[in-house]
Design a protein around this ligand. Structure first.
Ligand SMILES: [Zn+2]
Length: 127
């Protein structure tokens, strides 16, 4: 019985939709989209509020201090924190005890150097 009513309703609705003009259809769909958007936004903000309520903020966190980077690689003079020693008490994350050597940087191309150092309008736009 209920499915018959649903079928009747659908048939009636389909006839109404077939009769409506393009403008009427546009307004009907716009209103539907607006209400859908409002419903989605409301659901999203409710979810965000719930997330905020559920998240627990840790307030008793002690400050961590790494101290200064006082350790220096003997090969490349890279700086390290004291606790960055590896299992063999060495600092090897930079050059692996001098095994890795990078070539010196080449000279900056003239155009790029001018754009980086000049005070012209073109250079200022670039900077
Ligand atoms: Zn090194």
């Amino acid at each position: 019985m209920s499915s018959l009513r649903t079928a009747e309703y659908n048939l009636l609705r389909r006839e109404q939709c077939a009769k409506e003009s393009q403008v009427e259809r546009f307004y009907r769909r716009s209103a539907r989209n607006t209400s859908d958007r409002l419903r989605r936004n409301r659901a999203r903000s409710e979810q965000q509020m719930a997330n905020r309520m559920n998240s627990r903020v840790e307030t008793d966190v002690s400050e961590h201090d790494c101290a200064m980077m006082t350790e220096i690689c003997n090969f490349c003079q890279a700086l390290y924190w004291r606790n960055e020693l590896n299992f063999s008490n060495k600092y090897t994350k930079c050059c692996h005890d001098g095994k890795v050597r990078l070539p010196n940087l080449t000279e900056t191309p003239v155009l790029l150097k001018e754009l980086l150092t000049n005070n012209s309008l073109e250079a200022r736009n670039y900077q």
